[in-house]
Design a protein around this ligand. Structure first.
Ligand code: NI
Length: 169
């Protein structure tokens, strides 16, 4: 089932998510829905908080569904290594219509459980490292907008407020 994606300003997006204590059928359904929602958007990553569930789960697929082998699901992920920096334009399904250049690690290693509860350690470089850091930020209640500084951040936040007031957000 495709779930609605919450937008910047929704409370759950701005709070840290809680660890998953047990991989129940409800969690499996949530993961199925997250994958479907990510593909439908379309996007290359989605955190549970974006569909209103404050749990530490994210899905990612740099192929956006073209290559099933690239689909990753992480339960209770942790960033165990980060190295270097990259500067690229980035967006978020919860901040539609906005992009900004965000500093991210050039390489990131994430450890966590698969949807079957098996421990996995995945190394990402380039776009995957960026995606990992972006999704991990979601689980801490941070969006890419929060990584921006001063004027750049103010400008986006102000535009979102305006859209909100007009009922267009
Ligand atoms: Ni995002």
């Amino acid at each position: 089932m495709i779930r609605p994606i919450l937008r910047y300003g929704a409370e759950v997006l701005h709070q840290p998510a809680a660890p998953v204590t047990e991989i129940t059928p409800d969690i499996q359904r949530l993961i199925d829905d997250m994958i479907q929602t990510m593909y439908a958007a379309p996007g290359i990553g989605l955190a549970a908080t974006q569909v209103g569930v404050p749990l530490r789960i994210f899905v990612a697929d740099l192929s956006a569904g073209r290559n099933p082998a690239e689909l990753l699901t992480f339960i209770n992920p942790e960033l165990v290594e980060r190295e270097g920096t990259q500067l690229e334009e980035e967006g978020c399904l919860s901040v539609p219509g906005f992009n900004a250049t965000v500093v991210r690690p050039a390489r990131a290693v994430v450890k966590g459980l698969t949807r079957d509860g098996v421990e996995q350690l995945i190394e990402g470089t380039g776009l995957l490292a960026r995606c990992f850091q972006h999704e991990m930020d979601h689980l801490e209640g941070a969006l890419f907008v929060d990584r921006l500084r001063g004027l750049q951040k103010d400008l986006i936040v102000r535009k979102i407020r305006k859209l909100s007031k007009a009922g267009k957000w």
